[in-house]
Design a protein around this ligand. Structure first.
Ligand code: PMP
Length: 456
């Protein structure tokens, strides 16, 4: 009996020592965060982290500790450092909120920072809004969504992608964002790793961080046409890696991967038993061909979709995920906990929206992108012509250029744009959205030009 008490005392002592060391480590992380902010460095340093990971593994071998546990613990520590350092990150959302505040004060702002179509949802949506009350979709419903809606979605998807999914493969969510959150949160555990190819929409990273999951970023460049290399991906995978996120057509670059490269990435994912979370929310906005992850028939693939962009229904908050029924089952448990179910009237309206032809939306946005590309060219901005989506991700080659500062300057002149930093280590980039009519876009690009002229 006294033996066990001695051991327990010892364990307590070690635990308290670890807590004190955690405090020391957190204080150091804060200081490093300050220095990084002063010299304009981004929070995550993959090379530095990789060096530490290698050292930890080698210590494990020396002392005989399970590497998997040690690296999971390391991931927890690395995430804590990122959390204490990630204050005040300026993204398209923070600029959007500032812009809204200025509008409240009576200022006119051109919104080229958010990806929100300026056109209206299909007219069928208006009729559906009127008729839903009488249809009686007004009560609590199934967690995964109304069976009739999921059935209709399954048919819609099967027709489009020549698949054979059923309603069991679908969960309806309040926007793609929520499906992304439930997929990452339920399929991965704290200490697991997720690969995000940057530049990327920030929520993948934020959802992972929120759940104690370690993000491994793969940085791509304009020079490499925003394509990750197979070596980069292979090098990043270790026994803790559980998921890779794909988002093509991409926000913010508009990139669609060459088919062969995408095939190879799926092959690697299969070989390493990784989930593939494919956010295909921009699939309706493409210049040429594009291949859905659904076409690989991979049982660990999850596709997220939304009515926000395709049907200009951002405010309705409705989207869905498609995956193997076991994955849907896991996601629905968290959804039940958070939501009970997605609003049934909204589901009915979205179901009706599927009857409309939205191909004109794509034409409108692609024409606007052509205009933005032409204007970007005139201003000597470096870009890769987008294959789809609704954005131009441009590098401004001016000495000392800082996207956040620049976005704040254009905002003062009435133009909201997204700083590149919100999408990863892209300080000298900005993202310009093609979500306004052509006259407004020209006006916006003129403000951009004027602000650029203040730089050397
Ligand atoms: N994924 C990407 C890549 C996005 O750009 C956005 C919204 N900007 C979303 C998901 C979220 O979409 P939803 O409105 O359906 O939540």
């Amino acid at each position: 009996m006294s033996d066990i008490n001695d051991l327990r005392d010892k364990m307590e002592e070690v635990t308290l020592e670890m807590i004190k060391l955690l405090k020391t480590r957190t204080d150091i992380a804060k200081k490093i965060g300050e220095v990084k902010k002063n010299i304009g460095k981004v929070v995550t340093d993959e090379t530095r982290e990789e060096n530490l990971r290698t050292k930890v593994i080698s210590v494990c071998q020396e002392i005989g500790l399970d590497e998997k546990i040690a690296t999971k613990f390391l991931n927890f520590l690395l995430n804590e450092s990122i959390k204490v350092q990630s204050t005040n990150k300026q993204t398209h959302l923070s600029i959007f909120l500032k812009a809204k505040e200025l509008e409240q004060q009576g200022k006119k702002i051109i919104h080229m920072e958010v990806g929100e179509p300026d056109f209206l949802p299909p007219t069928i949506v208006k009729d559906a809004l009127e008729e839903v009350y009488d249809k009686g979709f007004l009560k609590y419903g199934q967690v995964r969504g109304m069976p009739i809606f999921r059935e209709t979605l399954a048919k819609y998807v099967n027709k489009k992608f020549k698949t054979s999914i059923t309603q069991e493969n679908i969960i309806v969510s309040p926007g793609a964002r929520f499906s992304i959150f439930t997929a990452i949160t339920t399929l991965l555990n704290p200490g697991d790793e997720i690969i995000v190819i940057e530049p990327a929409w920030p929520a993948y990273k934020d959802c992972a961080l929120n759940s104690g999951i370690k993000v491994r970023t793969i940085n791509t460049t304009l020079e490499s046409k925003w394509e990750p290399s197979i070596e980069q991906i292979q090098k990043t995978i270790n026994p803790n890696t559980k998921m890779i996120v794909l988002n093509y057509p991409n926000n913010p670059t508009g990139k669609i991967l060459p088919e062969k490269l995408q095939d190879e990435i799926i092959e690697i994912a299969k070989k390493n038993n990784l989930y593939v979370l494919s956010d295909e929310i921009y699939s309706e906005y493409v210049k040429e061909s594009w291949k859905s992850i659904l076409s690989y028939n991979y049982e660990k693939g999850i596709v997220t979709q939304s009515f926000s962009k395709s049907h200009a229904m951002t405010g309705f908050r409705i989207g869905y995920a498609i995956a193997d029924h076991k994955i849907i089952e896991k996601m629905s448990k968290l959804q039940a906990l958070c939501l009970t179910n997605v609003s049934e009237p909204i589901q009915y309206i979205a179901m009706k929206a599927l009857e409309s032809d939205t191909s004109n939306n794509n034409k409108t946005v692609q024409n606007r992108l052509d205009l933005l590309i032409q204007k970007a060219d005139e201003l000597n901005l470096d870009i890769i012509v987008p294959d789809g989506a609704m954005y131009v991700f441009a590098r401004i080659n001016k000495d000392g250029f800082d996207g956040v500062q620049f976005a704040n300057k254009t905002l003062e002149k009435g133009l909201a744009i997204a700083p590149g930093e919100g999408f990863g280590d892209y300080k000298n980039f900005i993202r310009i959205s093609a979500c306004q009519d052509e006259k407004t876009l020209i006006e916006g690009m003129n403000i951009l030009k004027e602000t650029m002229s203040e730089y050397q």
